[in-house]
Design a protein around this ligand. Structure first.
Ligand code: GRF
Length: 197
């Protein structure tokens, strides 16, 4: 059984899609903790409503980076996390956490990396940039996480086509549907051992 810890800062629709997929497809994986920097996040509410340990861990509540990273690692170890999933987590994991879970941290990004990635490229900014560039396709990417934003090995991508007059909001909705499909797909691949851990 693969134990998964999910980090999320927002509403948690990717968390919900993952949770639903694991149940529906009887994948040998379970979410053992949801961690958020946002005490009012939908992700923590979803966790609590589904009996999943919900942890509010915010850097602002710690004296320095080292003690915050230690608290994050302690939480991951206490819950036996084996795979870390960043599902709309707006903070970067510090080096000690990346080192401890190297090769076992994945992130979902709402664009076709390596385009439109990196610090500051998140949410609507991504879709606005795609439209401003006149791209005809976009999509979502699941990638391994290392010390840099959005740079790790790409594990799975899928595309959407832009319609004439596509808005950032309509594009975001199309891409989110792809996210909800490919993130559970990659987690399933980890659970089945088809991605090296
Ligand atoms: C998604 O668009 C994801 O690509 C990005 O943050 C958003 C999270 O949405 N990293 P949700 O909280 O899963 O609904």
């Amino acid at each position: 059984m693969l134990n998964i810890a999910v980090f999320a800062s927002g509403r948690g629709s990717n968390l919900e899609a993952l949770h639903r997929s694991l149940a529906a497809r009887a994948v040998a994986a379970r979410i053992v903790a949801v961690i958020s920097n946002n005490s009012g996040s939908g992700a923590l509410s979803f966790a609590r409503a589904n009996g999943i340990p919900a942890l509010h861990l915010s850097r602002q509540r710690f004296d320095d980076d080292a003690s915050f990273s230690a608290a994050v690692l302690d939480a991951l170890h206490r819950h036996g996390a084996e795979l870390v999933v960043l599902a709309g987590y707006m903070k970067k994991l510090d080096a000690p956490v990346v080192a401890a879970y190297r090769g076992r941290i994945i992130n979902i990004h709402p664009a076709l990396l390596p385009k439109y990635g990196g610090e500051g490229m998140y949410g609507m900014r991504v879709h606005e940039a795609v439209i401003a560039a006149g791209d005809r396709i976009s999509g979502a990417t699941v990638h391994l996480v290392d010390e840099e934003y959005d740079r790790g090995r790409i594990l799975l991508q899928d595309i959407v086509t832009l319609a004439p007059g596509e808005t950032p909001e309509s594009l975001a909705a199309k891409v989110l549907n792809v996210e909800h499909r490919i993130l559970p797909e990659v987690v399933t691949m980890f659970a089945e051992g088809s991605i090296g851990q």
